[in-house]
Each structure stands twice: as C-alpha cells, then as structure tokens.
Write a protein that binds this ligand. Structure first.
Ligand SMILES: [Zn+2]
Length: 370
C-alpha cells in the first residue's frame, strides 16, 4: 500500500508514539565501564585526550566502582598501569600486580559488581607490544651508521642544490636504517604469559577474563590454564575481532601502552577485512570463548552486524578512546550536542547487534537512561 494510504510519519507524531514503536532500546544493564588503575593512594590523574577519564589508584578505583554499580551499570573492565615494566610483563601476572590488587579491593567492597580483567601484555612490557618480542637482527649501532653515512657522503662532492639534496637523502636513509630493527612478536611464547596472567587474575577473584592481545590460540591456552587451576567456571570474553586502529590513540596515553617501535599490524586485524573477522570469531568460539567482542565499534558496525547474524554467543563491542575523544572534542567546541551524539553513538552499536557495550560513557548514559 503506497502513499497516500501509507504515511510513515503517522507513528512519529509524538514521543510516546515514537517510543512505542522503537525497535532498539538501550538499558544500563548492557554497559561496561573501563577503569585504569595505577599505583599510589588518592590518585586521580585525568587523561589529557579523554576528559572525564582518569588514572586511579586502587582506593579511588573502589570509589568509582561503587558509584558505577549504584548507577545500575553491572560491570567494569580493568586496565593496569604498573609501577615498572620489563621484558616478561611481570606486572601482568604477579600476585600483587596492580590489577590483582584492584580486583581484590573491588570484589571485597562492591561484591555485586561484575569485574572483567583485560588480559594483555602491552601495558606491562618495556617495549609496549602485546607479546614477547624477539629480535631477528640487532639494531645497527649509531656509530656504525655514522661511519657508513660519512663514507657515502665523502664520495658525493656537493656542487649544487640538487646534489646537496641527494646527499641529505642518502644520509637520512642511513639514519633511518640505524633506528629500526627487524623483530617478531612471538606467538607461542606469548601464550604462556597470557595464561599465567589469566590464572593470576582468577586467583584475585576476577569474574570474567577478557584477552585482547590477538595472538593465535590464546583462548584455548587460557581456557586450559584456567581449568587446570580449578577455574572452570570463569568465563572468557574474547576480543575476537580487534582491528589495528588509529582510534586507539588516546587509550595508549591512558594506559601508557604505546609500542616503542613498529606497530601492531602483525597481530591485530587489517581494517579492510570482514570475512577474516568471521574466521577470527569462529576460531575463538571453537577454542572455548563464551562471549566475543568487536573493537573498535563505530567504524566497524558492519562487522558487529555480520557477527550478530552469524554467531549465537553474546556479542560485545568496545566504543574505544578515539570514538570518545572525537565526540568530546567536537562537543567542547559546541559543534555537536554532546548528550545527543553520545546516546546516538551507543544506540547505533546496539542496533548493529552488540548486546554488551564497553564505553567511557557507561555512567553518564546510565544516568540518562534511568
Ligand atoms: Zn595489548
């Protein structure tokens, strides 16, 4: 039946009519609030690129957890900023690691709140990568680079501008070669550390283990380690399709986890690949993931929709730091209506098919929804 019999605007005439026919609803019980825990006491250090988000000492994290729970948000996810970093990520799996301390304190003070432990090594590794780094070739020493450069430069007699530029280019390429070295993020050696970290978090009382490293086979390794340690009831929420994304920028400041060299493209997914994302998810479910996640959210809504269509496990999506920072930046310039865009961004993720949304807006959205 076409116009004029059909008039879709009939059901948009008032808020009560619109609400009655609304297809997607957002409720606070779908939200997870991320917290960044750091050493010290009474510490609340705002993340420069994420206004309203803080590095919190354990006591402050407990306060924040209590308030979050009171607002009707059922879960938090914890990230840690350790006292010191090293080459084996000790801070991730030590019994008194910063996240382990926070889990114990929060589970004691706010027992009803679900605590999810992010499992990755980048925050605890001196090099900032998510796995164990093995050098394939040593970096060239600066002395050797300078000698090579001088040898090359001495055969170039600089007569005119063109030659001078060419000589500078040659020198620059030597300097660049000295600065970088060939390395590999070793998959299987990393699995042991991830498994050890997961068991340590389970011992501290975490409710859900959420591996975010993107190593192959990590879900199976973690499941086995948890079962062997008598944590067969601890579920795994796998960051199954995590894309190498520019939207993580502000998080790296928040968690102090930027790689010191190279990037994460050899383990995180290529942003162009939807079919591969389905394979990643399928494998993680086979390995024993109880829930899956797509990250980031808004630039990958099609991946969320496809995953929702195809898989019957609970599906989470992470509205990442860059998504948050963009909204905050535009709103602070009065270019957009902050609350409206915040809620619109969350409903879009829900509509795409995510039943769980990890977001820095969890608390504010919960306030507006109740
Ligand atoms: Zn990582």
């Amino acid at each position: 039946m076409a116009f004029p019999t059909t008039r879709l605007r009939r059901l948009r005439r008032s808020e009560s009519l619109r609400s009655l026919v609304r297809e997607t609803r957002l409720t606070p019980d779908a939200l997870v609030y991320p917290l960044f825990v750091c050493p010290g006491e009474g510490v609340r250090k705002e993340v420069r690129s994420m206004p309203g988000v803080f590095n919190l000492s354990v006591d402050e994290a407990v306060n924040e957890a209590r308030q979050t729970h009171a607002l009707g948000v059922p879960a938090i996810i914890l990230f840690g900023l350790p006292e010191k970093k090293d080459e084996v990520a000790s801070g991730a799996w030590e019994e008194d690691g910063i996240v382990q301390q926070a889990i114990r304190a929060i589970k004691r003070e706010v027992p009803g709140l679900v605590v999810i432990g992010d499992v990755c090594l980048c925050e605890y590794m001196s090099h900032g990568h998510c796995g164990v780094v093995k050098a394939r070739s040593a970096p060239q020493s600066l002395g050797a680079a300078a000698r090579d450069a001088l040898n090359t430069a001495s055969v170039v007699s600089v007569k005119n501008r063109e030659e001078k530029e060419k000589a500078i280019e040659t020198l620059a390429s030597f300097a660049a070669r000295a600065a970088q070295f060939d390395y590999e993020i070793v998959n299987d050696a990393t699995l042991d550390l991830l498994a050890r970290t997961s068991v340590s978090l389970a011992h501290a009382g975490v409710d859900i283990i959420a591996p975010s490293d993107m190593m192959d086979g990590r879900v199976a390794a973690i499941r086995k380690a948890l079962d062997d340690a008598a944590f067969s009831n601890t579920p795994i929420l796998s960051y199954a399709a995590k894309f190498a994304s520019g939207f993580y920028g502000p998080f790296r400041e928040a968690a102090d986890s930027a790689p010191q060299f190279g990037d994460r493209r050899s383990y995180q997914m290529d942003g162009a690949n939807l079919r591969e994302a389905m394979r990643e998810i399928e494998l993680d479910i086979e390995e024993g993931a109880d829930m899956i996640m797509v990250k980031p959210a808004m630039p990958y809504l099609d991946v969320i929709a496809a995953a929702h269509e195809r898989f019957d496990v609970p599906l989470a999506a992470y509205q990442v730091s860059g998504e948050y920072a963009m909204i905050e930046a535009a709103a602070s310039n009065n270019w957009i209506d902050r609350e409206r865009v915040m809620m619109e961004s969350l409903i879009s993720i829900r509509r795409a098919g995510a039943s769980i949304i990890l977001t820095y807006y969890a608390r504010e959205a919960a306030k507006l929804l109740t």
